[in-house]
Design a binder for this molecule. Sequence first.
Ligand code: GLY
Length: 405
Amino acid sequence: MPRSSQRLSSEVPAEAPGVSGPSPDVLVVGGGLIGLVTAWRAALRGLAVAVVDPEPGGGAARVAAGMLAAVTELHHGEQTLLALNLESARRYPGFAAELTEATGHDLGYRRCGTLAVALDADDRAHLRELHALQGRSGLDSEWLSGRECRRLEPMLAPGVRGGLRVDGDHQIDPRRLAAALVVACERAGVVLHRAWAERLTLAGDRATGVVTGDGTALTAGQVVLAAGSAGGRLAGVPDAVLPPVRPVKGQVVRLTVPKRHAPFLSRTVRAVVRGSQVYLVPRENGELVLGATSEELGWDTTVTAGGVYELLRDAHELVPGITELPLTETRAGLRPGSPDNAPLLGPTGVDGLLLATGHYRNGVLLTPVTGDVMADVLTTGVLPEEARPFSPRRFGAAALSEQPT
Ligand code: GLY
């Protein structure tokens, strides 16, 4: 979705585009998890919805490990985000059951818990602080000695000095989730346009749709920009409402646990090693996902020897036995980072243009609540209570006109 320097001030594009079919109520730009869940939930509320994306179900969902880690990924200063993360975690069982019911797809949703461990005295001090913060935030987590950690997960390194057991942090397989959402959308009547959104179109101060890479004009009553980090550079979006999102690269390695080694790990295991997050997410089908680097390198998605080396080195310190496992895949993706690490949800200062982006490290976790929030605001024009702190207007610039929120 290249961003040109051109700014559109009217609905008339530079070249006369072809026009595609009748206008739906809602056009969602971006067919990753956030775009698809927005489309599905809005369609279930009776809206006519279309999605524009060259590959619906692709994007960061192909790379993400799928941890639903509201408690173990808690950070100082992110209490507001915690409330939304917990709300989404609370909705996950019902959401997953409904999606499976609608599609027949198994989503790889495992309520297996997470163990965050410490390898040295500094890590242990850091985890103790996290434990205290979790306690102050009313969250359930249990401190374990190194021996207790190894009793729970015998593959852990003998040097593990202690850890936090969090039974409420689960996992889902993001690839299965994305595939199911594509099917759910199709069954709910969502039209999928397999094309790039080249630029937003406006009529005066109102968003009217997009022009695709092949010059087709797609119009709709409301447009939702849900294109992850690419949403920050869609041509035609007025500067004042352009989402302040940036790509944060994450490299991930996938290993396979042969049946003779199973069970290898029974839950997600994670740690901070030399200041970097490393996690191992075991799936029921034998896949073991190791993630993830966090790199501010713009739009680069190269898998590097250094990135893979660091992940394997750090994961090996936690679980030495990983070196025996076949390495089956390496991949890099882009998290949509926002200035406060929280998503941007709801109307902007341009009539008819809404955002659902900036989910950063929590896109998979926030999928259920984002779908519900966006369906609410698209049908009623009012942003529900739980999403108000995440209005794009908190960044001050999105105020070209006033809309009810
Ligand atoms: N939530 C894990 C990650 O972004 O790496």
